[in-house]
Design a protein around this ligand. Structure first.
Ligand SMILES: C[S@@+](CC[C@H](N)C(=O)[O-])C[C@H]1O[C@@H](n2cnc3c(N)ncnc32)[C@H](O)[C@@H]1O
Length: 235
């Protein structure tokens, strides 16, 4: 399949690659991280949950197993084809999503809030706002301190290694990040844009979408729980 990339994003390696440069075959082999447990500790299931940027459903299955009724969204058909455990799957750019209903929880993980284009970032947050139920929660994952500057760095990943090999300052507050994933049987590369956000800048962006950060869910403040700013549900 030929990919039309988002400007500034690309990827290479075996299998389908998404518009933001993610490799489907890579995500198929990754184990879930702590995200489902962090969400469930903050907003106990049963609850309806809108998962934005679900990929192959690495988090969808554990979220469903914890008792969430998940609607999983991604713009990549190849990613969505792998998803199991969701009540529904929806193919759409997140920033243009209009489901006409709301959810107890909206999950914007995988650092998507750091989109290179601020208009896209605000579109993602506006989608969160449109789809959160009155009294519901928006859970957002953001990058930790030093994420852009402690480069190069690497960590073991399964039988291979994940590396951030470069972080290039493109000016105007945006960085071009270079990542590689090397395994004995396969290698993938990804180039993506990331806009660093201080805590104040992050909270300002959230507020601009008529949401407000109520609290952080971890000591590093990489997980934020926000609620509708005006407290009256969908805008
Ligand atoms: C880094 S992957 C993470 C997938 C999943 N959250 C996980 O942790 O396994 C990001 C996913 O979000 C999707 N994505 C990124 N930006 C998107 C957007 N603006 N609209 C829809 N999907 C998007 C990509 O297609 C990709 O599947």
């Amino acid at each position: 399949m030929t990919t039309t990339y988002r400007p500034g994003y690309s990827g290479s390696g075996p299998g389908d690659i998404t518009p933001d440069g993610c490799a489907v075959e890579l995500y198929k082999r990754l184990p879930p991280d702590d995200s489902p447990k962090i969400v469930a500790a903050a907003v106990p299931p049963p609850a309806t949950l809108l998962e934005l940027g679900c990929g192959v459903g690495r988090m969808t299955r554990p979220l469903a197993a914890l008792g969430f009724e998940v609607t999983a969204v991604d713009e990549s058909a190849a990613m969505l084809a792998e998803v199991t455990g969701a009540r529904d799957t929806v193919r759409s750019p997140i920033e243009r999503l209009e489901l006409g209903r709301t959810f107890d929880v909206v999950l914007l993980a995988s650092f998507l809030v750091h989109a290179g284009d601020p208009a896209v970032r605000q579109g993602l947050l506006a989608t969160c706002r449109r789809h959160v139920a009155p009294g519901g929660a928006v859970v957002i994952q953001r990058e930790g301190e030093g994420w852009h500057t402690q480069v190069p760095r690497e960590r073991p990943l399964l039988d291979g290694v994940a590396r951030i090999t470069a972080s290039v300052d493109l000016g105007d507050g945006v960085r071009e990040m270079h990542a590689e994933y090397v395994f004995p049987d396969a290698e993938w590369q990804q180039v993506f844009l990331s806009r660093p956000l201080t805590r104040a800048q992050f909270e300002e962006a959230v507020t601009a979408a008529d949401l407000r950060v109520e609290r952080y869910l971890d000591d590093a403040r990489t997980w934020a729980l926000a609620r509708a700013g005006s407290g009256d549900g969908a805008a």
